[in-house]
Ligand binder design. Sequence first.
Ligand SMILES: [Zn+2]
Length: 433
Amino acid sequence: MIWNEFIECMDRERLTRLQNERLSVMVQRLYYNVPFYRRLFQERGIEPGDIRSVDQLKNLPFTIKQDLRDNYPFDLFAVPKSEVVRVHASSGTTGKPTVVGYTRRDIEIWSEVVARTLTAAGAGKSDVLHIAYGYGLFTGGLGIHYGAEKIGATVIPISGGNTQRQLQLMEDFGSTIIACTPSYALFLAEAIADAGISTASLKLKAGVFGAEPWTEEMRREIELKLRIKALDIYGLSEVIGPGVASECMDQCGLHVFEDHFIPEIIDPETLEVLPNGTVGELVFTCITKEALPLLRYRTRDLTALNYEKCPCGRTIVRMQKCLGRSDDMLIIRGVNVFPSQIESVLLEMSETKPHYLLIVDRVNNLDVLEVWVEVEGQFFSDEIKKMEGLKNKIQHNIDSALGISANVKLVEPKTIERSEGKAKRVIDKRKLR
Ligand SMILES: [Zn+2]
């Protein structure tokens, strides 16, 4: 099941030629249409005709999220506003939101890459696609929507929230594929169990989950509880939205749609490009987008690339499941800690639930990590000794996996606030001072 076999299985030489042509045209467009990039090129003495191949990408400047904020709202657009048919924006928790725009052709490209994503997850025209990503300024809902319509699936644009209604429609409409965040998938699984609905009465067979990093253990948990195949999808609004990369049924890395977005892996400290297979920060260059083509956009996501052909037959490069974000990384007493590592520890234990909260504080100049963990109902006990034993076991497991000591606090099921969007896993009190 490959949506665009011509592209997705293209031989490397031919694909590189296509990328070279597109990159060269894109650089010229950026030079002539976006003053921000023209200035950067001029500072580096780069003429628009100089760039002819992807090998030269490493000489080009990076773009970071702050550049979008500095050029708020439309100054990075490479087309007149009359050509823009859609605008999305990220929620600006700090400062101004990040604004992205699309021409009619950009929307077509977006639908195409999402169609590839959904087809890779086994979706076809006879499927019922339950889209529980938020609709609106967030790219998740509408992004998946257009691709789902393109493949001819029956779309349920239910958006996020209102879980009881989600369950009812899922049952009544016979949803076969669900799209939402992985944490919401687990939340739904819990709600299904609480409502006494049997997964056998549902027609769900697969889910495409993204918009936040998640672990292999969380995948197993979702697959077990919802009895579906859980696939990882990757995207970010700055690049296009969902549809930048996606897993196939072999679940061995996410295929990057590199005829539109060229990936690179860099060292986030030195900014040097790293050799294939090395873990580093993922960077994307848009080579076909019209309204907002970003050059070497730093995603802050940590992953590695694999250029080997996939068992599914696709030849396009695969990126590893994201290991976290370079800016989500907590440095606790000098040790690099990703929330996903703690999650892995908890998911490996039968007594704990994958709901947790990390609270980092600094006491007497020393970093202190507190981990709140929800305990499975049948393991929650009034017996202090039993609970102490479990607490020590978790502390020991965190220590041996991460090399740091944590104070574990066991809490009853459903104590930790549930999120219907991206889960909040970390409270870093050190930053508040
Ligand atoms: Zn594959």
